[in-house]
Write a protein that binds this ligand. Structure first.
Ligand code: ACM
Length: 552
């Protein structure tokens, strides 16, 4: 096979809308990017020009000096408002070079991601392998645009902290897969990960736990090392800016009123002090759903308004995620304060109290030009006006929300919870939840058939969720997330047919090229043949799905 044939066959992931490799029947020639190749960036394409110089420049040693779009041997970036905002056209022609034309800045950036894939795995390295490893691609035309506007990954940085470098690396990995939302789960029972200037104990106390359960919550094992960490406000500004340069929105999540033990450990007055001695509460060291939830008091409301004021200053995202999931009601049932609030406001019991919490912050966010998004429990007791739903306990919440005119992000745990094991074999590391293979994720359909076209328009898109109870670092995270995120990216971006009609063989043949890219990037994915010896975690108890809810 010649080099040209090799690059000619390069499989793209996610698959584009159309790709013309045959032209008008004339033999296709090779387009080379070399030391003389200029980069012409029209206004609005500067971020992509900077990214190309940093990325392809480093991989191939290309200087990419500024040039004019109509000169030969040019990589030309332009906008064409006739294209969809995230859509693009890529033209590669040996006579003049490569043109990347986007409907908007995002379209140009996604075109650059496609170009990088066409240049082969060397394009995913950070230094040139040698003068014989030129940047080249066959002449071709690609037209492309995404199916969904919300193509996300949720990273749980609360259960196990992912240091800032790891987050920036994941932003690069999202960009390489044309994903455009990073949902950061910043707070939970086991840790508070965002610096709040007004309340320093949230991180001084709330970011650290004494030890961690090793494996599933029924495991007898402990990791005796203290664990924790947090992002300073400057770290988060850097993460947000790095994401924005890659056309990615970072959606922060501050989980209320449940999943709040770390906050209560830092500020005991946030808890139900008339029911439990919250002064002796620590950041939780095990997994599951803590009974320690926020007290429905004015003190709590004012506290979280202050927290969210600082959150809004850091995150320009239109949507702010306020959790709302898994809020046990036992403490509220026992608390005279909570019961008094229910009576005074005429609320419908404890569910009504949860709804009251979320409605308060929904209004508060709306007054500041933002929109609340929460897990589908926020439907219980009535959904706040304008709120959007992350449908995680299956499709039902998303269907109900879309039928009621609310926007939805589909992320059902039965399909796209990447903490769940990806094979039934016993040597999967800390196996929990359902078996969801690469093919299962490839056949995930975000829009359920129950929705009419008008209702389906409320499905903003989809996201995969990576909860990290059983992932204590980047290697474990990579193993759970990849290669399934590549299949997920194709579901979110490409215009695939109905699940049964999807050509999984074609996807796996393109994945052969994609694994080479992931190798060049140093991603510790699960190999198709199963875990490598050092990817196994023998003896650490997981909890395969056995009929009971798989929640860890
Ligand atoms: C969730 O998995 N508790 C949203």
């Amino acid at each position: 096979m010649t080099d040209l044939e090799t690059v000619h066959r390069t499989g793209l992931v996610p698959a584009p809308l159309s790709r013309d490799l045959d032209g008008d029947g004339t033999p296709r020639r090779t387009v080379r990017l070399g030391a003389q190749t200029a980069l012409a960036a029209a206004p609005g394409t500067e971020d992509t020009a900077r990214w190309l110089r940093a990325t392809l420049g480093a991989a191939f040693g290309l200087p990419l000096p500024p040039g004019s779009a109509d000169a030969p041997d040019t990589l030309a970036l332009a906008l064409d408002p006739a294209l969809p905002a995230e859509g693009y056209r890529l033209d590669a022609d040996a006579r003049w070079g490569v043109r990347l034309t986007g409907g908007g800045p995002a379209g140009v950036f996604w075109a650059a991601q496609t170009l990088r894939q066409l240049l082969g795995p060397d394009a995913f390295r950070r230094a040139p392998l040698g003068p014989d490893r030129a940047a080249r691609l066959p002449e071709q035309t690609i037209e492309d645009a995404p199916r969904f506007g919300w193509r996300g990954l949720m990273l749980d940085v609360a259960r196990h902290f992912l240091p800032k470098d790891g987050v920036l690396r994941y932003l690069d990995l999202l960009a390489a897969h044309k994903l455009n939302v990073l949902h950061l789960h910043l707070t939970d029972d086991q840790g508070w990960r965002i610096e709040i200037r007004r309340y320093p104990e949230l991180t001084a106390t709330g970011a650290w736990r004494r030890r961690s359960r090793l494996g599933h919550r029924h495991s007898p094992l402990w990791d005796p090392r203290p664990h924790g960490g947090y992002y300073t406000q400057d770290d988060l500004r850097e993460i947000v800016a790095y994401a924005a340069e890659r056309q990615i929105t970072v959606v922060p999540e501050i989980d209320i009123p449940g999943h709040s033990q770390a906050a209560i450990a830092a500020y005991p007055e946030l808890g139900n002090t008339d029911v439990v001695d919250t002064a002796s509460l620590e950041v939780w060291d095990t997994w599951g759903v803590s009974p320690h939830v926020l007290a429905p008091t004015d003190t709590t409301l004012r506290f979280y308004e202050t927290v969210l004021t600082e959150v809004l200053a850091l995150f320009p995202s239109r949507f702010v995620h306020l959790g709302g999931d898994e809020c046990p009601k036992e403490q509220w049932r026992a608390s005279p304060t909570a019961q008094g609030r229910i009576a005074a406001l005429g609320l419908d019991g404890e569910d009504g109290l949860q709804s009251w919490f979320l409605r308060h912050f929904d209004r508060w966010l709306a007054d500041r030009g933002r929109r609340l998004i929460g897990w589908d429990e926020i439907l219980e007791g009535g959904l706040a006006e304008g709120a959007a739903v992350s449908s995680w306990r299956g499709y039902a919440g998303g269907i109900a929300a879309a039928k009621a005119g609310h926007d939805v992000v589909m992320c059902p745990e039965q399909h796209v919870y990447l903490d769940h094991r990806q094979h039934a074999a016993p040597d999967e590391p800390v196996p929990i939840g359902y078996v969801r293979t690469l093919e299962d994720v490839y056949r995930f359909e975000p829009v359920p058939p129950e929705l009419t076209d008008d209702q389906a328009a409320h499905v903003l898109g989809t996201q995969a969720n990576a909860w990290t109870e059983a992932m204590d670092g980047q290697q474990r995270l990579d193993y759970q997330v990849f290669p399934r995120l590549a299949a997920f990216a194709e579901v979110a971006w490409s215009h695939l047919p109905a699940p049964a009609a999807r050509d999984y063989q074609d996807f796996t043949s393109r994945m052969a090229d994609h694994y080479a890219r992931l190798d060049a990037l140093g991603v510790g994915y699960r190999p198709p043949g199963g875990p490598l010896p050092w990817q196994k975690r023998p003896g650490i108890l997981g909890r395969p799905f056995d009929g009971a809810p798989p929640n860890v």
